[in-house]
Each structure stands twice: as C-alpha cells, then as structure tokens.
Design a protein around this ligand. Sequence first.
Ligand SMILES: Nc1ncnc2c1ncn2[C@@H]1O[C@H](COP(=O)(O)OP(=O)(O)O)[C@@H](O)[C@H]1O
Ligand SMILES: [Mg+2]
Length: 284
Amino acid sequence: MENAIEVSGLRKSYGDYEAVRGIDFTVRRGEVFGLLGPNGAGKTTTVEILEGYRARGEGDVAVLGFDPEQRPRAMRERVGIVLQSTGIYRHVTVREVLEHFGSLYPAPRAVDEVIGLVGLTGKEDQRARRLSGGQLRRLDLALALVGDPELIFLDEPTTGFDPAARHAAWDTIRSLKALGKTVLLTTHYLDEAQELADRVAIIKDGRIIVEGSPTELGAASGPYRIAYRADNGDGTFVVHETDDPTALLHELTERALASGTRLEGLSVTRPTLEDVYLELTADA
Ligand SMILES: Nc1ncnc2c1ncn2[C@@H]1O[C@H](COP(=O)(O)OP(=O)(O)O)[C@@H](O)[C@H]1O
Ligand SMILES: [Mg+2]
C-alpha cells in the first residue's frame, strides 16, 4: 500500500454548522504532511476523524488501509497520537506513564530512548503535574512514540512552546521522518509547516484551498519580484514583477552601468509560503 492516509469527500457537521466541507487529500508513506490553517478551520475535526475519535459525516477515509471509525486494534497498534489538549496522567512519573503506555503495544521502544528523543532526560522520576507546559507537551510526544508507531498524528504539537522548545520539537519530528515514520501534523504556524512538511494543505472554513510542497506553493503562486532602492535618497524601493527575471535584470543592470548608478539593495525573490498563506486566509 502506497498511501498511509486517504481522504475523499470528507464532511462533518456539528448541529447546523458544517466544520468540514468536502475535503480530499492523501498522505504518502514516509512523508510529513502538514494541515495548515487558522483556528476554527477544521484541522482538529479532520485529525480526530482519522484517529477514530470522531465519527465522520460523509465521505471515505482510510488509515493504513483501515476504517478508523471501527477503531480496529491492528490500526491502533500502529498509530501514535498527540492530541491538541492533554493530560490525565498527572500523578504518575514520566517513566511510569511511558512504561504503562508502552505495555499496551506489541513492540514498544525502550522508555529511556524515547525520553532522550523528546528531550526529557533528567525528568524520568518527576511527576507529570510538576512539569512545565513545554515539558508536558514533550511527554505527550513521548507517549505518541513509545509504541513505536509507523504513523503519528500531531495536533498543534508546539503551540505554547518557547522558541528553544519549538526548535527541539522540530528536531524530534525530523528524526521521526528519518526513522521512516509517516507524520500528519496540524499547525497554524507557517514557519513550522515550511520547516517540517514535505507537503502542505492549507485549510480554511472546512475546505482545502491549496495543496503542494511549501516551495511549490510559494513559487507557483506569482511572478518574480526584482527590487532595489530608489536613487532619490528617501529609502523607498522600486519593485518590478516579471516572469522573466533574466531579461529584466539584464536590462536594468545594463542601464545602471551605462548611467554609472548602482542598484543598491538589489534582490530577486518569489512569494514565500507565508505570502500565499496570508493572501489565501485573509478575511474578505
Ligand atoms: N464538539 C464540537 N461541537 C460543536 N462545534 C465544534 C466542535 N468541535 C469543533 N467545533 C467547531 O468546528 C469548527 C472547526 O473546529 P476545529 O476542527 O477544532 O478547528 P481547528 O482545529 O482548525 O482550530 C470550529 O468552528 C469549532 O468551533
Ligand atoms: Mg485544532
């Protein structure tokens, strides 16, 4: 089987409100796939349907070839989950909770190895309620990994982290990919999607509005921009947009050389994922 996850025509309503409005995507084995979108877009609803925690409305979903709604044991043993909100295991230590969760799986990873992977070395004997918010989130990640799953769901894994903890979590997620795991990640942080995801779907109001690799999404969305400082001394930039930067640069630099001026601050750029995201998710 090529794809870890297949979703087609998925819909889900809460009462009268349709939170997911017909989405399709596939996650290939071994890739990190990012569902990126603002709060309320429908990310958690989608992920919880795939995890088997919520019934879908309409459409088809397959997770490792299984229907998650049946919560088959064979699927649960191969999937690791970090929920958006955490924490029932407050009174036990880091090591105890990991040993317990590990014992539920047929082939768990060594607890010490998992503790090292998420950066909780030294906290083994600390009770969960004494951990900081960022450390608790690392424990969540450790819980998702201890069963050595092949597919991992991470719902906003770094929300509330300070920058150092975010970078550490990113390293952990990269190491999951290096271990050959498949990761479905939700985030409302662009840089996180850009850093981690092989492919991204931007979701808004229950619909996927665009899908592709972070670079493709940036580059496919618009022309090159050539910018340089205006020579009137007020610090403003002249910006040209073009699909043929080679020709335009040649023309601009030839003119500048002939007139003995310099194109200060010269740059050639394309729209980034951030430009695309802000444009697509902006409220009308
Ligand atoms: N259990 C629920 N009951 C009613 N409405 C819900 C429920 N869960 C989510 N919603 C609504 O569905 C929409 C999508 O929510 P959610 O999937 O949590 O989005 P996201 O994770 O992208 O922030 C939001 O408008 C949210 O208020
Ligand atoms: Mg959410």
